[in-house]
Design a protein around this ligand. Structure first.
Ligand code: EPU
Length: 413
């Protein structure tokens, strides 16, 4: 599949089931490197990025077996200290194997991830953390090497609450000697899921979900079985889709607490939301009003829902301001939305979105995962036919987006 064809659809109606979280499972798979036993992961989303991480940890020396939505990962006596460039190049999150390898083997060599479509995304904070834990860091041409006979606990202050740096340092600290404290840590639910997984393997991590995480190093981590949390960004994407088509959709298998920022913004925009235990009903029949959105680290509004929100606000009543504070270049969907008739002006990190009566279908390009999702959503309300090309970006992060939307009435093929 290289393109998705979306036609103006009726208000979406029905039930959408949410899959396991991509951004939770990737660090958890990397953390399996730390275990001397067997790990069973449940509710794995079958995605391109998950496959790349499977190949990465397999190349490092772990045995990986799939069975339905479960993944079995077994440690071997042959864990390598090097992650292949080919795999790290394909997915930035592969860099998350650095902390676990360094901690388990005392040495690691890994390719530096390049820039990506949403920004330069450096790894300086990851390296600052490893260095604070006593690792010698050496930068080569396109790779980084780190070594330490055994890491030792320390205090690490992050200049920005980076999700990846918090995860990488937290994983490295689990087998370090003594106590590590990460200050100004990221508080995302995916960090909490990783900490829970590490603790189930025998680690001593407390404070995950706050800005201060304390890790007491242990000698060894054992095997465990863990169910991955539901994907809050996938849920948010379909909540927005339901709202902007004026539909009524039940989103199942969600963790309501993780959705608070998006619930708050959709409610402000006039969407009627009913919350049940692990499902949420979105009713967009009252229409959508303008709202201002500023992306921030959790519990702020997620940058991973900013493009989808922009699609919705493009057809809302009134003028909305969207400020992107997390990534410096996450407005690549804007020229594509404008080609569909959206009225959006960019000024630095701010976008002024003047709602229009309707969009018009066009051929548009998915430049990255969430930008791609936002264009599919725009296609649902645009007059005529929208062709989204380069949909491999969407397949990296959404399990069967076509099928899930089709089952609630979307015209998509
Ligand atoms: N940053 C630095 N130095 C570092 C690390 C990060 O300056 O050493 C900067 C980045 O350049 C960026 C900001 O900090 O401007 C945030 O980056 P962060 O490290 O928090 O992001 P990440 O760990 O690389 C994860 C998700 C992203 C999500 C961000 C923010 C995974 C695999 N990826 O990335 O997800 O946007 O957190 O919430 O967990 C997506 O799913 O579409 C996606 C891009």
């Amino acid at each position: 599949m290289d393109r998705l064809i979306v036609e103006k659809s009726p208000p979406l109606n029905g039930i959408i089931n949410i899959s396991g979280s991509k951004n939770a499972v990737l660090p958890i798979m990397a953390a399996s490197i730390l275990s001397s036993g067997e790990v069973k992961l449940e509710e794995i989303p079958r995605l391109e990025d998950v496959l790349v991480m499977e190949q990465t940890i397999n190349a490092i020396g772990l045995e990986v077996e799939e069975e339905g939505n479960n993944l079995y990962i077994k440690s071997t006596n042959n864990i390598k200290c090097e992650a292949p460039y080919e795999l790290v190049r394909r997915m930035r999150a592969s860099f998350l194997v650095m902390g676990p390898i360094l901690s388990r083997k005392g040495r690691v060599k890994i390719a530096l991830p390049g820039g990506c479509n949403i920004g330069t995304r450096p790894v300086d904070l990851h390296l600052k953390g490893f260095s604070a834990l006593g690792a010698d860091i050496e930068m080569g041409h396109g790779f980084v090497e780190a070594s330490a006979f055994r890491l030792s606990g320390s205090k690490v202050y992050l200049d920005f609450p980076s999700v990846g740096a918090t995860e990488n340092i937290m994983m490295a600290a689990t087998l370090a000697k003594g106590i590590t404290i990460i200050e100004n840590a990221a508080e995302e639910p995916e960090i909490v899921d990783l900490a829970n997984f590490l603790n189930e393997m025998g680690a001593r991590v407390i404070g995950a979900g706050t800005d201060c995480i304390r890790i007491e190093g242990v000698e060894e981590l054992k095997g465990t079985s863990h169910t991955v949390i539901p994907d809050r960004i996938e849920a948010g994407t379909y909540m927005i889709a339901a709202a902007m088509t004026g539909g009524r959709v039940t989103i199942r298998n969600v963790e309501i607490e993780h959705l608070r920022p998006i619930i708050a913004k959709l409610t402000e925009a006039g969407v009627i939301i009913t919350i049940n235990e692990n499902e949420i009903v979105i009713d967009g029949s009252n229409g959508i009003r303008h709202v201002d959105v500023k992306t921030l680290p959790y519990p702020g509004f997620p940058t991973d829902l900013q493009p989808q929100m922009m699609s919705m606000l493009s057809v809302a009543e009134g003028t909305s301001i969207i400020i992107e504070t997390v990534f410096e270049n996450r407005f690549q969907h804007v020229p594509e939305l404008k080609r569909m008739g959206a009225d959006i002006k960019i000024e630095g990190r701010s976008a002024v979105v003047q709602g229009v009566d309707s969009l018009t279908g066009a051929e548009v390009r998915a430049t990255d995962l969430r930008a791609g999702a936002s264009l599919v959503l725009a296609g649902l309300v645009a007059e005529g036919r929208t062709e989204v090309i380069e949909v491999q970006h969407i397949q990296r992060g959404y399990v069967d987006m076509k099928g899930k939307l089709e089952r609630v009435g979307a015209k998509i093929r």
